[in-house]
Design a protein around this ligand. Sequence first.
Ligand code: HEC
Ligand code: HEC
Length: 90
Amino acid sequence: MAMSMKSKKILIYNLIFLVFCGGVFYFLWSAPPETTAFLPHDENHERFFPMEKKEAEKFCESCHKPDGEAPLPADHPPKYRCLFCHKRTK
Ligand code: HEC
Ligand code: HEC
């Protein structure tokens, strides 16, 4: 059973489309997991879990300011709302 030129072309375009979809799917599937550090569960941070976010964020700088006990790394991104990025897990 010979295939016409036209249906061969259609077949090829369909295959290209499938490979393309597979590539997109693979890319989305293998995207890295969220890596930003979570708010730690320890004596320094435990009290911030039940707190309202904005309320809690008023305290972060007291230790995480440049001359505090745990200064932020020099390459830290803009730090406007701490808990937006450093999420609290249950
Ligand atoms: C009483 C001091 C203190 C306060 C207040 C404080 N921290 Fe910390 N934080 C520390 C210290 C010390 C460390 C480093 C040791 C550790 O992981 O506990 C730290 C570490 C961290 C880390 C890194 C955790 C990791 O896995 O590497 C994050 C994120 C963080 N704090 C966010 C916050 C946020 C957000 C707030 C405000 C809601 C806050 N901290 C308030 C003392 C404090
Ligand atoms: C725009 C997102 C963002 C905001 C807002 C933000 N951070 Fe970060 N922070 C990061 C990223 C990204 C890193 C580096 C990767 C990591 O270790 O989490 C980091 C790192 C840190 C570390 C060091 C973690 C370690 O393991 O060494 C601390 C402590 C920290 N941030 C505290 C804070 C505090 C306190 C605030 C608010 C004043 C804040 N961050 C606001 C994104 C953010």
